[in-house]
Design a protein around this ligand. Structure first.
Ligand SMILES: [Zn+2]
Length: 359
């Protein structure tokens, strides 16, 4: 029900869904501080997950099992033979409790929870003492859910240590924007106003770096939230391509695939390659067949993302992505280590700062 026919999950769809839910659970959901979810310092996917959790929209086994007798309604993370409700899965399940205790958040759990999950989430979302922890809590919840899905669907044997390890690695990879020298929210706000012609909720700045001798490319995506004036995510990697344009097209294709898998309400993908932007936005272009194929694939996915658009920008706005793409190519980056990701994130922030001060 949550998914619009376009495949996009818009705030309105969620609102409508919640409005319907509210009839059953009126007071709790109406009182819920929905807007504060967007202030959590976490990637969009995690925020959306918290929306779903608080809106009781997760497909837990207990919820699905109520409608389908073939589905085992019990928790797969423990041997307690109790129904997998949100309260059990995220709070009282011994598996979840092991995770919370490991991250010194044992106070969030209890073996006997009777208050609804919505009130529980409201508690830590609005608690000023837990302000900086909302991102961490949301992240851990999301990881528990992801892990639970791999146990249910891929028959992985539950191992809390494995999950703790995954969460640790993820938390270490998050850019520490407050630690970046000389950069504060006012700066980011200024960057935002310079980009004022890009009137979208999200901006993804992309770039590719191509080396003809080796046919190798590096690519980079920097995801920026207009609402929050902050960088949400950076990814980079290496690949092969047949030409500089093919490299740019592959970079775009990867960004669009990322969009398809993430929920980013309205998005401008920004490239400094004019031919590429034109080939996406106009029908008549002459491209080599390799680039043509990649561009067509990107266009096909874009058709399902009506609120995403590709825009051309001047190269000077793109130097952060450019630097990261070069670094990714030179290091022939397969998987970004958390250390490198941190380094690249800081580099992007510093470069944005430099661009801003030079303008
Ligand atoms: Zn359990």
């Amino acid at each position: 029900m949550l998914h619009h026919h376009s495949g996009l999950l818009s705030a309105r769809n969620i609102y409508n869904f919640l409005a319907n839910q509210a009839q059953e659970d009126e007071n709790l959901l109406i009182d819920f501080p929905w807007k504060s979810i967007w202030k959590i310092q976490a990637i969009p996917r995690i925020k959306l997950f918290v929306w779903k959790l608080a809106g009781k929209a997760l497909h837990t086994s207990s919820r699905l099992g109520a409608h389908n007798p073939e589905i085992d309604p019990n928790c797969q993370l423990c041997d307690f033979q109790v129904q997998e409700t949100e309260n059990h899965l995220f709070r009282s399940c011994p598996f979840a409790r092991t995770i919370w205790f490991r991250f010194s958040l044992g106070n969030l759990t209890s073996s006997a929870n009777t208050d609804p999950i919505t009130s529980w989430a409201k508690g830590w979302l609005l608690n000023p003492d837990l302000d900086n922890l909302a991102g961490k809590i949301s992240t851990i919840l999301w990881f528990i859910w992801k892990y639970r899905c791999s146990v249910v669907f891929e028959n992985i044997t539950p191992n809390p240590m494995q999950l703790i390890d995954q969460i640790n690695r993820f938390l270490q990879s998050i850019p520490q924007k407050n630690k970046t020298k000389g950069l504060d929210n006012n700066r980011l706000m200024m960057i935002n106003t310079k980009w004022s012609d890009i009137n979208k909720d999200w901006i993804i700045v992309i770039d590719a770096s191509f080396k003809e001798e080796y046919l190798s490319i590096g690519y980079a995506h920097i995801v920026y939230s207009v609402d929050h004036q902050t960088f949400m995510h950076i990814s980079a990697g290496s690949e092969t391509a047949t030409s500089a344009l093919h490299a740019e097209a592959k970079c775009l294709q990867k960004a669009i695939i990322c969009l398809r898998d993430n929920v980013l309400s309205s998005v401008s993908i920004v490239t400094d390659c004019k031919v590429l932007a034109d080939s996406i936005n106009k029908d008549n272009t002459n491209l080599s067949w390799t680039s043509e194929n990649t561009v067509q694939e990107a266009k096909t996915i874009l058709k399902d993302l009506p609120r995403a658009q590709v825009k051309f920008t001047n190269r000077k706005y793109n130097s952060a992505a450019d630097r990261i793409a070069k670094e990714a190519r030179i290091k022939s980056l397969q998987h970004m280590s958390t250390k490198l990701q941190q380094k690249l994130s800081n580099l992007a922030l510093c470069l944005m700062y430099l661009i801003e001060t030079k303008l």
